[in-house]
Design a binder for this molecule. Structure first.
Ligand code: SF4
Ligand code: SF4
Length: 416
């Protein structure tokens, strides 16, 4: 279990300037998206206006962060022997000006610390890495982007790339490092990527999380700020999957990709793997008709699971134009071919649409439809998957599909 120590911060602003590929670059005011947390009669709440754009707060004072952690510890009294404190925020943790002070304070609690997503841009002196380790940091998720300092300087606007890479090396040699890289075609893929992986392997990094760069609205840039990089065509999903598998084969690193794939745990949707068919027998029977509306990446996997459950006559899966289910917005619903959807439609739990709006858009053809939210998650993404066992993954997916089937049977239409 990890207890969050949220230091706050805003992307770009609290990162010593925007990385060129940052998804929050150029976000201006946007109309509220709507989401599951909105009140029934109003579109827009904190989640889909502020949190989605990470606009919530500036960096928080260290005593405030520390006291929040202490309160959580007191309230939850966790007994987990793998307990960790995860320092993270909306900006870049390494740019948090009180990071050393905070870790010193946390050290007294005697709980190991995980430095959540940091780009290392804030590290001007490699000795900071040693000090952080001495203060109890035993795991770090580090956005390396590339081990080539020139690329870090240009693409991440890292003013001292040699220092941050040296710090990364110290982290790799001493503690558990999950390196991460947004992969941009023609920039840090190809030979650059091979060289970066070779260095990470040599230094002793544990894992590499490859993130497919997204540039357009349908790929998940939903705050009206696309394209992020003019003239760059992100990897098609199947090519990206091939690249992840290739890197996984060639290097002694725990390689996962997002949105696809984890070659070891078979995510996303390990349950779609024929070898895992036996688990589906434990799930309840689907007894009603419904359409599952989802993202383009997830659709073929969910379709296969529905088929393996023997319910393809009752349930169809409709892929929207959005790659990622959780990032579906009203615009995606407007493009749905209503002749292809049934009288009950299950949308992803976390989709950024208000229920009332979804209902209005999806009944425009005059057919009454019930629109219901399914579970928040049906699978785990690459970031998560790399930290879980095969069994954990199956367990989480089984929970998701159990909930989905309950929703289908509850809201769906029963015939005969
Ligand atoms: S460090 Fe992360 S949040 Fe900050 S600008 Fe770069 S990509 Fe954006
Ligand atoms: S639940 Fe996770 S894996 Fe599934 S679409 Fe959403 S972010 Fe991606």
């Amino acid at each position: 279990m990890q207890i969050m120590a949220d230091v706050g911060g805003r992307p770009g602003i609290d990162c010593r300037g925007f990385c060129k590929y940052c998804y929050f670059k150029g976000v201006k005011d946007f109309p509220p998206l709507g989401c599951k947390n909105c009140p029934p009669n109003r579109v827009g709440c904190e989640t889909c206006t502020l949190e989605v754009a990470e606009r919530k707060n500036e960096f928080l004072p260290p005593f405030f962060v520390l006291s929040n952690v202490q309160t959580t510890l007191m309230m939850t009294q966790p007994q987990d022997k793998n307990l960790k404190i995860n320092i993270s925020g909306g900006g870049d943790v390494s740019c948090y000006p009180h990071l050393q002070e905070l870790t010193e304070g946390l050290k007294n609690l005697g709980i190991p610390i995980h430095l959540g997503y940091t780009s290392g841009k804030g590290i001007d002196d490699p000795k900071i890495a040693t000090r952080l380790i001495n203060n109890g940091v035993d795991e770090v998720t580090f956005t390396v982007f590339s081990c080539n300092p020139k690329l870090r300087r240009e693409w991440m606007r890292d003013k001292k790339p040699e220092a941050s890479l040296e710090a990364l090396k110290i982290f790799c040699e001493t503690i558990e490092v999950h390196a991460a890289a947004v992969i941009i075609p023609g920039i840090n893929d190809g030979n650059e990527l091979l060289e970066t992986c070779a260095k990470l392997e040599e230094w002793g990094a544990k894992a590499l999380i490859m993130m497919r760069f997204a540039n357009y609205g349908n790929q998940g840039i939903i705050l009206g700020n696309d394209p992020i990089l003019e003239g760059i065509e992100p990897h098609p999903i199947d090519e990206f999957e091939k690249l992840v598998r290739k890197i996984d084969k060639e290097f002694n690193l725990r390689v996962t990709g997002t949105p696809v794939c984890d070659p070891k745990n078979k995510t996303p949707f390990a349950l779609a793997d024929d070898k895992n068919k036996k688990y589906l027998e434990i799930l309840p029977k689907i007894k009603a008709e419904a359409t599952i509306l989802t993202g383009k990446v997830a659709a073929p996997y969910i379709e296969k699971i529905i088929k393996n459950l023997g319910a393809q006559d009752l349930v169809n899966v409709y892929p929207t134009e959005k790659d990622i289910g959780c990032l579906i917005t009203r615009k995606d619903l407007e493009k749905v071919d209503l002749s292809q959807i049934k009288e009950t439609v299950i949308i992803p739990g976390r989709a950024f649409v208000h229920e009332k709006e979804a209902e209005k858009i999806l009944t425009r053809d005059g057919t009454d439809r019930i629109i219901a939210r399914g579970p928040d998650k049906l699978t785990v993404d690459g970031e998560m998957s790399g930290t879980l066992t095969k069994y954990d993954v199956i367990e989480r997916e089984m929970e998701g599909f159990y909930e989905l089937i309950q929703a289908i049977n509850f809201f769906g239409v029963r015939r005969g």
